[in-house]
Design a protein around this ligand. Structure first.
Ligand code: FAD
Length: 455
């Protein structure tokens, strides 16, 4: 059995980049991330070279002068960070606001939403401070109602977002959306949230890598950890060609979690496939067909949402969730379903060629919230995962929290120098019979599809 377990081994071909639009565009970053060789040591080792791991490395090196190394199984940014849709928006939990308030209290829920908005700004700030080529597009996000019923629900959602959570959220009628943004067969008005935007995810993650390295972090791509053990108080992380000895470890692997390496992690993440397709550049006439005027990121208000945006060269990116094993046949089926959905929403584009299709793993948890913390039984191990499909800002912010925690705690790992809202604090529960997680997911997706259809 493949060590990563739940999905097909094809989801973990670390040496093969996804055939994504972003990979095809390339980036200006010049980072190589030579693989780990021989015996090395450091203060802090980070497992995973995506937004979480690289932001943590950048801040540890830059702000705390810590001797830090990142071990990444693929190229830097190989995971979800280099292949997502680039929405820098809020939404890092899978729970509705009322449930969060009931479970975690009003104050901590409000604090969590303020943090998510701050996290959007943090991405921009890092881009400015480190001269990262973010390729920002748009200045708001639209959540588009797919039915008259869902528009009525959005009205209430906007009131809660504005009056309870303090977000800059506004309701737009179907006419306003048609006039100023776009139209489709499922456009019944929208909620508009600011300040949110879209970016080039691969350029962002590789820019983070370049900055982290510039500030002194040592980054190793193509360095999958295949064994993790402890000798005394030190961690030994073993790769095919090297061994890294570290005083502390940060787990930053989100949906690609190596559960087989560390028992505290096992059974807690729920990786879910997210997939997208990108068309050839659309002509002005094709865009006019739907009065398309916007380059803002947009999602549908379905539980099983679709996400979409017009790219800088007028290609159309359209994505959604898939429930296959992640093998080649399952992936093609998912891309086919996404294409069908695109055709249904914008029938005039049904013959437009698809130039790129790819997928990756996002991460849910049993508590349906992100998890940030320090392992109870071993205070030298820290983690941040479970971003529920929303990691551009949430993982960036998480990486910074982990860096502040580890950097400020210095040699005293029992000292917790940062304050996290209860929503994100600590490990989520394990799934019962965790080997069945993909089956649970299939059941949930079928249920959500039914709920969406009933609306
Ligand atoms: C198709 C898709 C679309 C998405 N769209 C959006 C979006 O528009 N907006 C948004 O906010 N979020 C989006 N997300 C989610 C977002 O990309 C993730 O939440 C975020 O990138 C997580 O960052 P991370 O650094 O925690 O994990 P990742 O970027 O997934 O990195 C984890 C890394 O850990 C490495 N790893 C695993 N095991 C080992 C090991 N044994 N040794 C060494 N390295 C290891 C993996 O190779 C991987 O690169 C999307 C995700 C996908 C897949």
């Amino acid at each position: 059995m493949h060590p990563y377990g739940l999905f097909s081994p094809e989801m973990y071909k670390f040496d093969t980049p996804q055939p994504s639009y972003w990979e095809a565009m390339g980036t200006s970053a010049s980072i190589t991330g030579a693989s780990l060789r021989g015996d090395e040591s450091c203060d802090v080792a980070i497992i995973g070279g995506g937004y979480t791991g690289l932001t943590a490395a950048l801040h540890l090196a830059r702000d705390y002068d810590v001797d830090v190394r990142v071990l990444e199984a693929g190229h830097l940014g190989w995971g979800a960070s280099g292949r997502n849709a680039g929405f820098c928006c809020i939404g890092g939990t899978g729970l509705d606001v009322q449930t969060q308030i009931k479970r975690y209290g009003l104050e901590d829920t409000q604090s969590w939403y303020r943090i998510q908005m701050d996290a959007v700004n943090l991405v921009k700030q890092l881009g400015d401070e480190e001269a990262i080529d973010l390729q920002i597009q748009g200045d708001c996000e639209l959540e588009v109602a797919y039915s008259a019923n869902s528009f009525n629900e959005l009205k209430d959602e906007v009131l809660v977002q504005r009056d309870v959570l303090g977000l800059d959220s506004k309701l737009l009628s179907a006419e306003e959306v048609r006039e100023r943004f776009f139209d489709s067969t499922e456009q019944y008005g929208a909620a508009q949230i600011r300040p949110t935007f879209a970016l080039n995810p691969l350029s962002y993650v590789q820019g983070l890598a370049e900055s982290a390295e510039r500030h002194g972090a040592k980054l190793h791509g193509h360095s999958e950890i295949v064994e993790w053990r402890k000798e005394g108080s030190e961690h030994i992380l073993v790769t095919a060609k090297g061994r890294l000895r570290a005083k502390r470890v940060i787990i930053a692997t989100n949906g690609f979690a190596p559960e087989h390496l560390y028992k505290e992690l096992a059974g807690r993440p729920l990786p879910v496939i997210s997939a997208m397709i990108v068309t050839r550049p659309l002509t002005a006439a094709e865009l006019n067909e739907y009065n398309w005027k916007s380059k803002d990121p947009m999602i549908s208000s379905r539980i099983l949402l679709n996400y979409f945006r017009l790219l800088p060269d007028n290609r159309f990116l359209f994505g959604g969730r898939g429930h296959s094993k992640g093998d080649a046949a399952g992936a093609m089926k998912t891309y086919g379903q996404i294409r069908e959905k695109l055709n249904k929403l914008w029938p005039a584009w049904k013959d437009v060629d698809i130039d790129y299709r790819w997928h990756g793993l996002i991460c849910y948890t049993r508590d349906r919230r992100p998890a940030i913390g320090q392992v109870d039984g071993d205070r030298s191990v820290f983690y941040g995962f479970g971003f529920h499909g929303n990691g551009v800002n949430t993982a960036t912010w998480t990486g910074k929290q982990l860096a502040d925690w580890v950097g400020m705690a210095s040699s005293n790992d029992d000292h917790v120098p940062i304050k996290l809202p209860a929503v994100v604090k600590g490990l989520p529960g394990r799934f019962p019979l965790a080997g069945l997680r993909r089956r649970y997911l299939q059941g949930a997706l079928t249920w959500y599809r039914l709920m969406d259809w009933l609306h």
